[in-house]
Design a protein around this ligand. Structure first.
Ligand code: EPZ
Length: 418
């Protein structure tokens, strides 16, 4: 197990390039299974979650090779396997995104029911309701979800705009008989990226990014070459690293419109955000202002940035209220920040953050990917040394995080502990 040691107090300065989006890359890798033959994906981040999904694809018979650092070639066989292995799939909830593609390609699919994870129970009821609407028979046995049948176009209404459920139903519908209309869908940029990728493979997907997606089934899809969008959550994390250290950082390789909810909130805290062409500059302020956060599906404030904002607001000049509406257990960071001197009270889905003058370095642990990233931000601003445990959770979703932050002046290093 590794630890990150951070000596706080450095103002971050310089330029940093954002990697490809984890939550787009995972969906696109799963979607590649829809077409026999070769697909090449560019701008794929080398992160643990991607490596696990590629290991699963390998297990299903796909040929996986890295052509360059971030360029991936996938060769999908005619008889791709239908059952994802538990020992790998349990490490990655997103492995459930193989349900739709495997059902479409082979008429059957088996994925492990997701275990609970730190941020909540994360059921799959909306995924399964959608696939059943497309005619799939669903069985739950021995901890597995088994789907079978040949998808037929239909109308599906999602009770909640679930990102994963939207993606699974979209993928299952691409080669269904007839037309599928999905209502109350997720509108995240990663959904639009998936739709663009599917259309590049020969699918007919319309409306991604709106509340309603319409898909006309086609007989076959073909491999393609496609570049993954930049990671808006990594960009947001870097923006807050500049803000929390009172630094001045240019974040490159971003799609500004994906960052509007984060830019708006960050400006409310007093940071300056200067937008350029595919990049933005963040200039932090010594007087961080409080603000209130309510996480919502896109285009609301993203739940994946909530922990990072809690770290920033811990140092504000007032009181902030954070309401987490998307996951039922995503405020645990409060307990770790309190060990660094923060003043936070968590009641159910609400955290009241009373700003303090300083945070102090401490031995802390990541509970999940984003609370781990938030502890890095807190460590960058804290007085003294912070030691972060469970760093493998951060490695799930951030490519070369230490390298990038050190290039901006952060005093941090990774040590291995047994
Ligand atoms: C995706 O997870 C992201 N992961 C998450 O990012 C992100 O936080 C989440 O969307 C919301 O934006 C990937 O894309 C790989 P949901 P997903 O289905 O698809 C409930 C990160 O840090 N729900 O939109 O699992 C669910 O329990 C990760 O990068 C059901 O009740 O999210 C949750 O409370 C964390 N039934 C809410 O909906 C279902 O069938 C949102 O889940 C599905 C979901």
């Amino acid at each position: 197990m590794d630890k990150l040691l951070i000596a706080g107090g450095q103002k971050l300065q310089g330029r940093v390039k954002v990697s490809g989006a984890k939550n787009a890359a995972l969906a696109l890798i799963a979607a590649a299974v829809l077409a026999e033959g070769e697909t090449v994906l560019e701008n794929v981040p080398r992160i643990a979650d991607v490596e696990v999904l590629l290991h699963i694809l390998d297990d299903l018979g796909a040929k996986v090779s890295w052509l360059e650092e971030n360029t991936l070639a996938l060769n999908i066989p005619a008889a791709v396997g239908i059952a994802t292995p538990y020992n790998l799939a349990k490490r990655l909830r997103a492995s459930n995104l193989l349900l739709g593609p495997l059902l479409s390609r082979r008429g059957e699919a088996q994925v492990p029911l997701p275990g609970g994870c730190n941020i909540g129970t994360r059921p799959m009821d909306l995924h399964l309701k959608g696939l059943q609407a497309l005619g799939a028979a669903i069985e739950l046995e021995h901890g597995y979800v088994k789907a079978s049948g040949s998808p037929q176009g239909n109308r599906v209404y999602l009770d909640f705009p679930s990102v994963g459920a939207t993606e699974n139903i979209m993928m299952a519908a691409t080669r269904a008989q007839g037309i599928t209309v999905i209502e109350n869908v997720a509108k995240e940029p990663e959904i639009v990226d998936l739709a663009n990728f599917l259309n590049a493979m020969g699918a007919k997907v319309r409306g991604a990014g709106t509340d309603l997606i319409k898909i006309e089934g086609v007989p076959e899809l073909h491999g393609t070459r496609y570049s993954v969008i930049p990671d808006r959550i990594e960009a947001g994390t870097m923006m807050l690293a500049a803000a929390i250290t009172g630094g001045n950082v240019v974040i490159q390789n971003v799609i500004n419109r994906h960052l509007q909810p984060i830019i708006a909130k960050l400006q409310e805290t007093g940071a300056q955000v200067i937008e350029g062409e595919g990049e933005l500059q963040v200039i932090g302020t010594a007087e961080i202002k409080p603000t209130d956060i309510k996480t919502l599906p896109y285009p609301g404030f993203p739940t994946d940035m909530q922990s990072q904002m809690m770290a920033l607001l811990s140092l504000s000049q007032g009181t902030s209220v954070i309401v987490e509406t998307v996951f039922e257990n995503r405020l645990q960071l409060g307990e770790e920040l309190k060990r660094m001197g923060a003043n936070i009270k968590v009641e159910g889905q609400t955290a009241v953050v009373i700003g303090v003058e300083k945070l102090y370095g401490a031995e802390v642990k990541a509970c999940d990917l984003r609370s781990g990233a938030a502890l890095v931000l807190a460590g960058l601003a804290a007085e003294g040394e912070t030691s972060i445990n469970q760093v493998h959770l951060i490695d799930r979703g951030y490519e070369k995080l230490e390298e990038k932050l050190r290039s901006l002046g952060a005093d941090m290093r990774r040590i291995s502990v047994d």
